[in-house]
Design a protein around this ligand. Structure first.
Ligand code: C2E
Ligand code: CA
Ligand code: CA
Ligand code: CA
Length: 274
């Protein structure tokens, strides 16, 4: 028993070491990686169920590292937030998505693209000014996905900054709804037009007893607040059918399409129509 405890301690310390050394080392490379063009965006369509068209797309960042290979955002976003490099990463992302959205529009498919914006940036006045400047000067249709927890940290400042985005016509989607600390008080105040139900309630939708109840009541709540509802993590035809019956507005997930490189996304758009 003691031996097992020792082994667990060693494993625990190793993972702590990983966090202490490897992640920060990786994140210190971010400025170089951005300059070297190692980051790129993939795009995942969101389908409007009743209209049967592509309503928008979500941009998801990836890092093609020269020696470590492909690195997913789960492995560097949180560390970038802690290291203070998330603003630079997000400004790069906004510029990239503006360029790609303009390319998309030029092909006749003027589909809005939503970017994930870390909560810490809603407290960063310099970031907000610069993001507004970039977006105001472009004609690109760009939206933001933010989590509610972003607002709970410093509600007054976050809500003021979100209002600045709303004032220049940037739609806001509330991301990962139901996964964190949800507060109806903040939800009511957010200038958001879309609510995204976290995929933890969607991937098991048709094999769970409770998830359908939660999803249905969330759809009704969002509609009562005049928001559109997106279900993310739609992986099965059965989930899609149930969401359709429940009146869900938008669906996103592997069933429809994985996140795609820009050219593959364009091919998808041209095949599916808009
Ligand atoms: P998220 O915003 O909740 O994005 C949804 C995640 O679910 C993505 O993972 C997506 O690839 C994945 N996904 C899509 N469809 C399905 C499905 O049917 N089933 C399952 N199981 N998963 C699905 P990804 O790309 O690894 O991104 C992870 C997280 O990293 C995102 O979660 C978002 O919070 C963050 N992230 C991604 N790109 C950016 C970015 O440019 N900036 C910031 N700040 N965060 C980003
Ligand atoms: Ca998102
Ligand atoms: Ca999400
Ligand atoms: Ca998430």
């Amino acid at each position: 028993d003691q031996a097992r405890k020792d082994r667990q301690t060693v494993l625990f310390d190793l993972s702590r070491e990983e966090l202490k050394f490897h992640r920060p080392a990786l994140v210190r490379e971010l400025p170089r990686a951005i300059a070297a063009g190692e980051l790129f965006m993939q795009y995942q369509p969101k389908i409007h169920l009743r209209r049967q068209d592509i309503a928008s797309a979500e941009a998801l960042v990836r890092w093609q590292h020269p020696s470590r290979g492909l690195i997913m955002p789960g492995d560097f976003i949180a560390a970038a937030e802690e290291a203070g490099s998330i603003a630079a990463l997000s400004l790069w992302g906004i510029k990239q998505v503006i360029a790609d959205q303009r390319r998309l529009a030029a092909t006749g498919h003027d589909i809005p693209i939503f970017i994930n914006i870390s909560g810490v940036l809603l407290a960063d006045a310099d970031f907000v000014v610069e993001a507004c400047r970039l977006l105001k000067g472009s004609k690109a249709k760009i939206g933001f996905e933010i989590t509610e927890t972003a607002v709970i940290r410093d509600p007054a400042v976050a809500l003021r900054h979100l209002q600045q985005f709303a004032d220049i016509g940037i739609p806001v989607a509330i991301d990962d709804y139901g996964a964190g600390l949800s507060s109806l008080a903040y939800l009511k105040q957010l200038p958001a037009s879309e609510l995204k139900i976290d995929k933890m309630f969607i991937t098991q939708l048709t094999s769970s007893n409770r998830d359908p109840l939660i999803v249905r009541s969330t759809i009704d709540l969002a509609h009562a607040m005049e928001m559109e509802v997106t279900a993310e993590g739609v992986e099965s035809p059965a989930a899609l059918a149930l969401l359709s019956v429940m009146g869900c507005d938008l669906v996103q997930g592997y069933l429809i399409s994985r996140p795609l490189n820009f050219d593959a996304f364009l091919t998808f758009v041209e095949k599916e129509g808009h």
